[in-house]
Design a protein around this ligand. Sequence first.
Ligand code: ADP
Length: 395
Amino acid sequence: MPTPILVLNCGSSSVKYQMIDIDNEEVLASGMVEKIGLTDGNITHTTGGHKETIDETIADHTAALALVTRAFHTWGPPLEDVVAVGHRAVHGGERFRETTLINDDVIDGLTELSGLAPLHNPPGIAGIKAAQQALPNVPHVAIFDTAFFSTLPPEAYTYAIDREVAEKYHIRKYGFHGTSHSYVSKASAEFLGKNVEDVNQIICHMGNGASISAVRGGVAIETSMGLTPLAGLVMGTRSGDIDPGIFSYLQRVAGMDAQQVDNLLNKQSGMAGLADGASDFRDLWAKIDAGDANAAQAMDVYIHRLISYIGAYMAVLGRVDMIVFTAGVGENDNMTRARICDRLAGFGVKLDPAKNTPRNKDATEISAPDSSIAVLVVPTNEELAMARETYRVMN
Ligand code: ADP
């Protein structure tokens, strides 16, 4: 008899889900509802090696969850067996520092935080309410993207701005992708046969969104994202760090309003902004191979920013035992990994080219035996981490 946990990740126009048997951590079903709010919505549901699809208009998150329920009823496994639901919550603010059992007060708290995460928290809340209706008799749990970074020390999370303003508006570094950084930190220590308490790690989560963290003994002490997920590394379409003065400069000189600057920095920047719309690293390398100078420079900027952060986190940690690459780019893109490690050669970091192969589905150590720091590729698994967290909290 399996112990299925349903994990849900609700975005503004999509719902991703997995049903995981927590006893053996097997994925029993997975799927995605896309284009919520549009006329050409659809759901894909995969179970037992079969992928099924329904196309239909999906008005809102309630309709999306009704469709998920229908998919389970039609193709299985039975949704009635689910023992708990884990929800991805992007912004926990100052209040939610760990995985939390959801009740009305928690929903109110999440609603209050919508100002800090206007793109992410409202669809998350809509998803929670719809899932509670669909599965009213099981515990629902919120897993926060920010929680792993609630351990940052004040000198790391404090912005040097007027204290009163910062306190009134809750302006501080929160950090994101915490579920991934936490999972990968534990998994990489385990892979090397070490206790996470005994190692200092730099975790590079390089997906479409990207962030890096410094983790000492399993505890996060620095990370690159801030009040919002816009700060830090160069990303697919997000700028990462810029001079904050650029914001008012664009308003003054280019006549942009706050929304336009926000759009520019979130959607038309990063690799896409520098490389004529290319944000996917496969496309970027193809362009570079074809002699595209903008794409080549975008890659240089990406690498420069990343190694600047690695250098900073070496200083913050004092000693680094492992550098770990994860997420879409980190797991798949051996060329980008090689470029990064080449730049760290002065610190004694050395890759084994035979191990640095394109796709690493399993955790792999890609450094040479005489590298000063172990370099690893460890695939992230946020859904499994969420299922584990859900199970831990429901017990
Ligand atoms: P997110 O979850 O932030 O949407 P992912 O972690 O799935 O992102 O990463 C997606 C990115 O990974 C793509 O935009 C692409 O740049 C990169 N990627 C995926 N597969 C490959 C590959 N085979 N080679 C290089 N980059 C890849």
